[in-house]
Design a protein around this ligand. Sequence first.
Ligand code: ATP
Ligand code: LTN
Length: 327
Amino acid sequence: MKKRVFSGIQPTGNIHIGNYLGAIKQWVAMQDRYDAIFCIVDMHALTSLPDPETLKAKTRELFALLLACGIDHQKSAVFVQSHVSAHAELTWVLNCLIPMGWMNRMTQFKDKSRRQKEMANVGLYDYPALMAADILLYHTDVVPVGEDQVQHLELTRDVVKRFNSIYGETFTMPEALVPEVGARIMGLDDPTRKMSKSETGAGHAINLLDPPDAIRAKLMRATTDSLTEVRFDPLRPGIFNLLVIYELFTGLSRPEIEARFEGKGYGYLKKELAEVVIEGLRPVQTRYQELTGEAGRAEALIAQGVSRVQPTAEQTLAAVKEKVGLG
Ligand code: ATP
Ligand code: LTN
């Protein structure tokens, strides 16, 4: 039997090459070896109270983009979190089991709530419990995530230990899988901060649906330094980031890349990189147009995704309710 992989992505903002290189590409590569489920976590996105129309539109856009990036609907299940109500229901049970002390340690909540103070919502605080429910409903073995999510995975593992020790063996113990290269693509305007969907600066991120001219313009403006040598040097974050993007799009080795740019300036690298990124994204953009161009096609695939995962989610939830005495 293949191991179960589960991961999630929020339908907020525009999907960028950081999401693609750091997450989606890994997911695509995993679908043959694993029994994979990918979830568009719209209930997690609700914690930032997006405009309702935008949330709905972004959920559909992201669904089509995941398929356009190469997630194969025949091999993997892709679905929308809020379409399976077991996620919310299991979250409540987990809420009653998770000590506040565990939640109070979550650095993502501390970071995200700092600016909002008392106005930070309870959903944002409870975000890790919903994430644990996502993972545990499907008996997940492996969870591919970025470094920033490892603490949430640790909490999920603690929940498994606690639940299983109180109520008997119920949940599968999941493991995080953090990619090495590309774990963190940095912002083009500020290479000391990770490329992020919630940063809105025009030159910050390359989005998967950006037209070629926008990609060229953003890369030409990317922040570098005042040196000239093109080398993989982590102490020069701007040029390092551009080289990592080049590496991930071309699959070339670092010595090969350094040899290719020997004696050439930053401008040359940026021009070459723009063409590599444009060519790399072209098939994704073409498939996206095909999928969304046909009325009703994406909606039908969304419904199919739900029907594939719902039975497992409901079975797990029923077992949990039985164990804790609900019903
Ligand atoms: P935000 O920064 O607005 O919270 P995000 O861009 O981090 O959003 P998520 O939906 O939180 O996006 O993450 C989706 C996936 O993309 C996760 O697996 C995450 O680790 C990965 N990811 C996000 N940003 C980057 C990045 N800059 N480099 C590599 N991977 C990233
Ligand atoms: N919190 C994650 C998204 C997410 C997720 C999950 C990832 C929600 N539920 C379950 C893996 C498994 C993020 O912000 N990247």
